[in-house]
Design a protein. Sequence first.
Lengths: 83, 618
Amino acid sequence: MAIDYTDVLQKLCLHLEQFAGPGVVITPETDLINQLAIDSVKLLNLIMEIEDEFDISVPINALADVQTVHELATLVHQIKSAK
Amino acid sequence: MTSTINLEGKTLSSTIAKLNAPLTQAFDPRLNESPIAVNPTPTLNTQAQRLADFETLTAALEYAAAGTAGYNFYDARGNLRSILPYQALRANARTSAQRLAAIGLSSGDRVAIIADTTPEFVELFFACRYAGLIPFAMPVPVNLGSHAVYVQQLRGMLEAGQASAAVANVDYINFLEEAAEGSSGLRWVGTPEQLGEFPVADIVLPANRPDEIAYLQFTSGSTRTPRGVVITERALMSNLQGIVRNGLEIRAGDRCASWLPFYHDMGLVGMVMAPMVAQVSVDYLATRDFAIRPLQWLRLISRNRATVAFSQPFGLKLCTLRVRDSDLEDLDLSSWRAAGVGAEMIRPDTLRNFAEKFAPAGFDERAFLPCYGLAESTLAVTFSKVGQGFQSLRVDAGTLVDRKMAVRLQADGRKYSEFVNCGQALPGHIVKVVDDAGQELPDLRVGSVLVQGSSIMTGYFNNPEDTSKTLRPGNWLDTGDLGFLFEGDLYVTGRRTDVIIVNGRNIRAQDIEELAEQQPEVRAREASAFGISDANDVTTIVLVIECRLTSITDRQSLTNRLQRLVYMAFGVNCLVELVPPHTLPRTSSGKLSRFAARQGFIQRTNLTDQLSAESGDK
C-alpha cells in the first residue's frame, strides 16, 4: 500500500489541528514543541492516533530527533514505506 | 491534564496497532511476522516457595532456577514475544558474566545499561552480579526532540557512576556511543549481541558477599548532576524480604504484571527482583506500550490472572482516562489482590475514580495497597495492610498550612485536605517526623520525614557532599518528603520545594534552574523554579527569571528558548515569568528561597483562589 509524503503530511495535519490555538496555521515548519505545545501526555495520544491512522508502530527512539511537523511526517512516511 | 485528552470522536482501531517494534525491526518487514506461539511461565511453581530468605541476589536466583517460574515479555498487541524462565536467566547470566570477565573488567567496576523492557537487560543485570560487577540502569529517551539532552543525561550518569563498560541494545546504541565519546574511563561500549561475540572466559564465578555493592540507582532525570544511590546486597535483601513477606504477603498462586520501567526503583526492585526472590512469575509490558494503550496492562492482568501489580498514581489516572467503557466488558480484574500504589503523592480521588471506573470489570477496591518509599531506602519504607483497601484522613486545610498541624475535620463545610494512609514501616525500619531544628514531632504534626533501618543506602556514589546532606547523624535518611504520623501510620503531605512532580515524574527544581542559568542572559542565582498545582491537581512548572533585557524581541526569544529547553529536557511545558532584578526573595545567606519565590508569584498573578491547599511547606 503505497502512500506518498504529501498524503502523510495532510493526514497528520488533521490530527495536529486539535493542538493548534486559534489562528495558528500548521505548516511543515511548525514546531511541535514551541508552537503546538505538545507535552508528554498529548504526545501519547498523538502517537496512538498516528499508529491507528497509518497502521504502523512508531519507535520511541526515533522521536528524539523529531521537532517539526515535517520531521514527524518524514518519519511516518519512512516507516510506512518500509512495510 | 483532563482537557488535553481527547477521548470523544476518536475510535481506537480494533486491530490494536502494530507491535512496538524497535526502529530497526520496524524498517525490516521480515521481522514483523507473527509471534512465536509459546506459553508463559506458569503461575504455580514446582518448587517449595522460599520468601526472600537469601543472603544475596544471585543466591536467590540459584534457588529460583530450580523451579518453573520466570519473566514473560509481551508486545503492544498483547502477544507473548519472549519468555525468560529463571532457569534460563541463571544460565544466560552466568555465561554473560564470563564474557564480561573477558572484556577485562574487575570486581566492583560499574557497568551502565540502557534499560529497555527486554530479557537482555535482565540477563545483563544479573550477569554483572555473577561477575562481581556493579550494574546501573539508565533510562530510554521519551521526549520529542530530546536527542541532545538525552545524550547529555547519559554522559552525566556514565561520569557520575564512573562506568567501565556501557551496554545498549541496537535501538539506543547510537545515543550511547555519542555519550561515551571522549570518555576516559570506559573500556567497552556495545550491544548485547556484540558482547555475545566475546569468548566465554573459563573462570569460576565467585559468590557475592552481603556487604558488597549490589547496584547503583540513579534517582532523577537530572541533566548535570545525577546521583547514584549505592545499595548493598544486605540492604537489598532486607528490603526485598520486607516487601515480599510483610508488604505483599506473597503466597503460592501469586503472579505479577508490570509496565514500570526497569530503570526506575519500583520497576527494578519491586517488579524484577522481588518476584524472583519469591519464585513468582511476572508478565511485562513495555512502559511505552502501556503509556500509549494502558488497556493492555489491564488485559494482561485479566488474561493471566495476575494478583500483584503496581503503578504510580499517574498510571492509574491514564487507565481511568483512556480506557473506554466498552473495553470493560472483556476485562476480569477480580484476581488482582494487591494493587500497589506509590512513588509519588497519592490523591484519594485518583484511587476512587479508578475503583469506580473498573468496578464493573471486577476490580475490588480492597486491593488498593498504598505504600511509601524511595530509592535511597532501596525501594519500600512503609506499606499499608494488604487486602484492606486505602484509608485516608481529612484534615482542616487552614490549620495545616498555618500551623503545620493535621487537625481532623470536625464539621462539614470547612475546606479540607485529604491524605492517604501509607501504613507502617517495614520490620527493621523506623520512620520519624522532625521539625526544621531536627526535633522529633508528635502525632499529627507536619514535618520532614526521616527513615532509619536496614535498607538505607550507603550513600551517593562518589558524592560525599550530597551524602552528608541526605544521611543525617545516626544514619537517619532525610527523605525530602513532608508528612505526619498518626497511630504509627505515615501520611505524606507533599515534597519539600526542591522537587516538582509533574505527571508522575520527579523533576529537581535545581536542574531547571541550572538549565536557565546556562543561558547567556541569565546569571547564577537569578532563576527560581517551582511547581504550582491547581484545584484539579494539575501541576505546572513555573520558572521565574530576573532579567535585564528591555527589548520585547529579546525577552520573547529568551522565554521561547527556555520553554523549549525545559521541554526537551523534561517533556513538560513551563511558564516563564521575567521579573526585574532583585525581585526574587533571598535568604540571609543570599540563597534564593523557592518557597518565597512561589508565594511571590502567586501574589503577583493573583492565583490564590485557584490553587489547591498545600501542606506546611517550608
